[in-house]
Design a protein around this ligand. Structure first.
Ligand code: PMV
Length: 333
């Protein structure tokens, strides 16, 4: 049996396999890791080799509307545009839906509204898969806990397991071979002044998926053996920074964690780089501003875009230098 299916069967034991709600709409936020996940101990189940820690993006994420239809195939619209059934996006979503029992029972009209550009290293797949499992939970009336939904979301995309909660979230890597202890956990710290600015460099789809890039890095990069130690130290430093509200320590650690990740990808064979000339120019601008005393840091995922980290009192100064920045307040009411 497909290992993903085994996890699903275990979690859904004794739960409804018939449709309870024929329509609904759910939401999940995107999340940005401050201490990154890169490298799997099990590629089928998306089980990580290290823990990771993220912040959810409040209003930036995915709405997933569904309605049962009399048809033979699902219809999927993204931001109002119908998706071709032959596209990779359609296939990936439908093959995920088909993992669930009695999937053939319901053909759905699916309306996805993404408030964050798709597949450009901006965590759209994380909010996407978290919203899918929340929608299935409604459709079948399973009443699963957020922890159980996090395990299901992980099967779609690893980082999606952190998108079930607002605020800071830890992904506990777990030890079990079946992955039932590998899921997100909401952290108690809040930080009302914490800001994250999306600095878009390109919204084009990434050249290589994170799934593929992770496996190439794990198998070929010599630096990869240093990664678990880097994560262990960064993870502790970020936990400390959160409990002490030490923004400089948080920013510095998140930034060097991201840079270590991208250095490790350059060390893969063939080398992988998501960085574009404008990404580097923005990094240099941030470093120059920091040298002048501004507490501004960045992180970068599997794409050329940067996410800038700063506190509310510096918003105007940061915007003066990055006027196009899309500022997110993860802890706003
Ligand atoms: O979950 P995936 O396969 O989209 O991988 C996410 C990888 C990073 O965004 C680079 C890191 C992370 O922890 O989110």
């Amino acid at each position: 049996m497909n290992p993903k299916q085994k996890t699903i069967d275990t979690l859904l034991q004794g739960r409804s396999t018939t449709i309870q709600n024929t329509s609904g709409r759910v939401y999940a936020p995107a999340n940005i890791a401050l201490c990154k996940y890169w490298g799997k101990r099990d590629a089928d189940l998306n089980l990580p080799l290290t823990p990771s820690l993220s912040v959810s993006l409040g209003p930036k994420g995915s709405y997933f509307g569904f309605q049962m239809i009399e048809d033979k195939e699902h219809q999927i619209n993204v931001n109002g545009i119908q998706i071709e059934k032959t596209s990779a996006f359609y296939q990936r979503l439908v093959s995920f839906l088909n993992l669930f029992p009695n999937a053939e029972q319901a053909c759905l009209q699916i309306d996805i509204e993404s408030t964050i550009p798709i597949a450009a290293g901006l965590a759209s797949s994380a909010s996407g898969f978290a919203s899918v499992v929340k929608a299935l939970n409604e459709l079948y009336g399973w009443q699963l806990s957020l922890q159980e939904l996090s395990i299901l979301a992980r099967l779609g995309s690893g980082s999606a397991c952190r998108s079930l909660w607002p605020g800071f979230v830890e992904w506990q890597m777990g030890e079990r071979a079946d992955g039932l202890d590998s899921h997100g956990v909401s952290l108690p710290e809040t930080w009302p002044e914490f800001r994250l600015g999306l600095h878009l460099i390109s919204t084009q789809e990434k050249s290589i998926s994170s799934r593929e890039a992770m496996e190439i890095t794990r198998k070929t990069a010599r630096f990869f053996k240093l990664w678990p130690e880097q994560v262990e130290q960064d993870f502790k430093a970020i936990q400390n920074a959160l409990s002490e509200k030490d923004f400089k320590a948080l920013g510095q650690t998140a930034e060097s964690n991201a840079l270590a990740l991208h250095a490790m990808m350059l060390n893969a064979v063939p080398a992988i780089s998501y960085t574009q000339p404008h990404t580097l120019m923005a990094m240099q601008k941030i470093w120059a501003l920091r040298a002048q005393g501004l507490a501004l840091y960045f992180t970068q995922d599997a794409g050329p875009n940067l996410k800038l980290l700063f506190l509310e009192p510096d918003r105007e100064t940061v915007l003066a230098h990055f006027p196009e920045l899309d500022v997110v307040a993860p802890f706003a009411e």
